[in-house]
Design a protein around this ligand. Structure first.
Ligand SMILES: Nc1ncnc2c1ncn2[C@@H]1O[C@H](COP(=O)(O)OP(=O)(O)O)[C@@H](O)[C@H]1O
Ligand SMILES: [Mg+2]
Length: 220
């Protein structure tokens, strides 16, 4: 994954991301930090191909993502797990079915994935809520459903936007352990956060957005 000389503006507004040059190696782990409004979510959305850059080059999985055909983009997105700040859960499906959906879409059979999905839901503390519907859950619980759904396919790239924003520190640490375990198994992880405390929990490089530009900093 690579961004070269990337800029992003919304409509005719100013460039909110400028001259972004960064490579994310397969299997790497990065924090993406910066104040609220710095452009963290916008950068993650670029990587998820939700928005094209206004200028520059975006390469995903060795392929030019800005010039890719629609089908190729769909294929690239399949390799990416995302946790957005708005969780985008399907309210008419149970917690279990929300998490299992990407596996069903990929053609896996219920008997084949049921145990994995249950194990994962227990790990994120939702063992008691597998058959509940999202609107009956708290914000923190919904966030964990979204995280489980993002990791269940073992994506090549995981993009998590403020993934611990709605949970207590203990659950936050648990979720970070889940991301590290994914990372250990080969998933490249980017965790966007404005919380310096969270950054201290994992020894990983931080990419800091400031004034539209990306600065690489060491972890403290
Ligand atoms: N869809 C959009 N249209 C116009 N401006 C946007 C849009 N999304 C974000 N912005 C603006 O871009 C800037 C960066 O926002 P964002 O990427 O959400 O930052 P962060 O996630 O770091 O808080 C902010 O000034 C925000 O108002
Ligand atoms: Mg944001």
């Amino acid at each position: 994954m690579r961004l070269e000389n990337v800029g992003l503006r919304y409509g005719r507004g100013p460039e909110i991301l400028r001259d972004i040059d960064v490579a994310l190696a397969p299997g790497s782990f990065h924090f993406l930090t910066g104040a609220s409004g710095a452009g963290k979510t916008s950068l993650l959305k670029l990587l998820y191909l939700a928005h094209p850059p206004s200028r520059g080059l975006l390469t995903l999985f060795g392929q030019d993502a800005t010039l890719a055909a629609r089908d190729d983009k769909v294929e690239m997105r399949r390799r990416i797990g995302v946790v957005f700040q708005e969780f985008r859960l399907l309210n008419h499906l149970t917690v279990f079915d929300n998490v299992a959906l990407p596996l069903r879409v990929a053609g896996r059979a219920h008997d084949d994935y049921a145990e994995d999905v249950s194990d994962l839901l227990r790990w994120v503390g939702l063992g008691e809520h597998m058959h509940a519907f999202p609107p009956t859950l708290s914000g923190g619980e919904q966030q964990r459903v979204a995280i489980a759904r993002a990791v269940v396919v073992r994506p090549d790239l995981l993009l998590a936007d403020e993934p611990t924003g709605n949970v207590d520190p203990e659950m936050g640490a648990r979720l970070m352990r889940l991301f590290m375990e994914m990372n250990r198994r080969g998933t490249a992880v980017v965790v966007a956060t404005h919380d310096p405390e969270l950054v201290r929990t994992v020894e990983a490089p931080s990419l800091r957005l400031h004034d539209g530009r990306l600065e690489r900093t060491r972890t403290t």
